[in-house]
Design a protein around this ligand. Sequence first.
Ligand code: P6P
Length: 342
Amino acid sequence: MHSRTVAPISLSRFLIEEQREKHHINADLRLLIEVVARACKAISIAVGKGALGGVLGSAGTENVQGEVQKKLDVLSNEILLEANEWGGHLAALASEEMDAPHPIPHRYPKGEYLLVFDPLDGSSNIDVNVSVGTIFSVLRCPAGVREPDAGAFLQPGSQQVAAGYAVYGPSTMLVLTLGDGVQAFTLDRELGSFVLTARDLRIPEDTREFAINLSNLRHWQAPMRRYIEELLAGKSGPRGVDFNLRWVASMVADVHRILCRGGIFIYPLDAKIKDRGGKLRLLYEANPMAFIVEQAGGMATDGLGRILDLVPQSLHQRVPVFLGSKNEIARVTQYHREAAAA
Ligand code: P6P
C-alpha cells in the first residue's frame, strides 16, 4: 500500500483554509494577496531574464526620492498597478516609485483595502545579479473615505492587516503574514504557483550575526558606535563572543536571512542622512518588515520606540530601522534610550 504523498499546499489553498477555518481573512483580502503574488511571479520572470530581457540599466528618470530609476523599477511598478486596478479589492495604491497615491480608475469598483509597496527593493543590485525583492503592506481604507489621498495611508504599522515580501534569489520566495504567524512559499516554476515550504517562521532571540553598512561608522551617533564597536571587539570585548557581519545591501535579502537563521538588521541615523530622518521608508519598507519580524518573535524599533507604533507624517517618510533577534534589538535600543535620557 503506497502511502499517499501529501499534496503540496499552494498559496491559494493556504489562503482559502485561512479564510474558511480561521475566519482570518475575507474574500477580498484573499484576492488581494493572490493578485500581488501573481504580480511577483511576473516580476520574478522579468528579473530572471537579466541582460537577455533588455530591462537592465537605468530608465533615465528619477523617482520621488530623487533616485535614478532602473528600468526594472518602472516595470515592476507597472506590473503591480495593472494587476491590482481591476479586482475591486482596493480603494487606492501607493508606491515608492510614485509621488502620490494611484487612484482606482472609475471604470473599476473600489474595495476596502489600501496597498502600499516598494516594487523592487535593492534595485541597485540588479545590474550585478544580486538578490532583490518586492515589499508590500496592506491597510484598511478609513471608513467613509471614497477618494483616499495620501492622508488615508498615514496609519501606524500596527494597523496593517497583512504584509509580505517576495525575494528574487536562487529561488523566488513569498513570505507572508496575515497577523497570525509568518509563512513562506517557494515558487514552483513548472506549476507556476507558490507552494508552502515553511510554516510559522521564528527568529531566535539571540544571534551572533549582524547586518549594517559599516562604511557609515564615522557618521553614527555615540550609542550606535558603542554597540557596533562592542560586537567588533568580539571575544576580547565586553560581549565575550565573536560576531559575524553580513550586508547584502538589499533589505529583502538581509531580512530573509534573519527570518531563516536569526540576526539583526540596522540602518541607523547618520550625519549624512540625519536631515531626511533616515534611509529606509516607513510605510513600505520599515512597517511591513517590522510586522513580519514581530510575527516571527523578533523585535523592530527606530532606536527608541516600536516601529509599528509610529504615526506616519508623510507617504515617503524615512525612519531609522533596527530589527531582528529580540535580545540584541532590546540591547541596542536600550543604549539609544540611555543616550537620549543623558
Ligand atoms: P546602502 C536598497 O537601496 C535599500 O533601500 C535597502 O534595500 C538596503 O538595505 C539599503 O538601501 C542599502 O543601503 O547605504 O548600503 O546602499
